[in-house]
Ligand binder design. Structure first.
Ligand SMILES: Cc1cc2nc3c(=O)[nH]c(=O)nc-3n(C[C@H](O)[C@H](O)[C@H](O)COP(=O)(O)O)c2cc1C
Length: 190
């Protein structure tokens, strides 16, 4: 297949769509983030790229803590809203109707309606180009009971949102199950 080159771009798929939570001047604030992913297993860590212009950035710097909130497809408008508007000018939590709770970290606000919430403490901060990379150690994970199967998080019940840029800037839901992880590839070895 002929390849078309695009130069340096951020075209990887899928990209997540999460809400990062932080207390800014003592008030909970959430922003959408796609530049985010797990970066270590033991101890569990997640990296998130945040521009210093974001209101949320101030809170992460202020407290050295943040939360990662995984929305379901039904929360797409609230997630997008928190990616368009800034907490500098308004209380987004009112508009979105978020119920906020705290876990063991008292400065990492989380959204009750979202099925998965991670509490994180910053262990490393790296200034990149446009963004700062914050690496957060995951201190606690909260999962809504109704998205569990056999006591574990079930992606088909969580129904996460995929963000895409390229041919179209859009959100998508999960596709169909393809096979068993760490296992279906073995069939090639026959
Ligand atoms: C889908 C989506 C993903 C985004 N991902 C990021 C990101 O990874 N890092 C970032 O700094 N801003 C990202 N943004 C932009 C911020 O969410 C946006 O500027 C937001 O209004 C900041 O809110 P705040 O000023 O209240 O923190 C994203 C926006 C959208 C809609």
């Amino acid at each position: 297949m002929k390849k078309i080159t695009f130069g340096p771009e951020t075209y990887v798929y899928p990209k997540p769509a999460f809400l990062i939570g932080a207390n800014v001047n003592g008030k909970p604030n959430f922003m959408a983030a796609a530049w985010c992913g797990i970066v270590n297993s033991e101890p569990p860590m997640i990296g998130v790229g945040i521009r210093p212009q974001r209101h949320t950035f101030k809170g992460v710097k202020e407290n050295g803590t943040f939360s990662v909130n995984v929305p379901s497809i039904e929360h797409v408008q609230q997630m997008d809203y928190c990616g368009i508007y800034s907490g500098v000018r308004e209380d987004k939590n009112n508009v979105c109707g978020f119920t906020i709770f705290y876990g063991k970290i008292k400065t990492a606000p989380m959204i009750e309606q979202f099925p998965v919430n991670l509490e994180c403490s910053v262990v490393k901060e790296v200034k990149l180009g446009t963004h700062f990379l914050f690496i957060g150690q995951i201190q606690q994970v909260h999962v809504s009971e109704n998205v569990l199967t056999n006591g574990l998080p079930d992606v088909e019940k969580i129904k996460p949102i995929i963000y895409s840029s390229g041919a179209e800037m859009a959100y998508h839901g999960l596709g169909s199950r393809l096979g068993a992880a760490h296992s279906c590839g073995k069939e090639l070895k026959r």
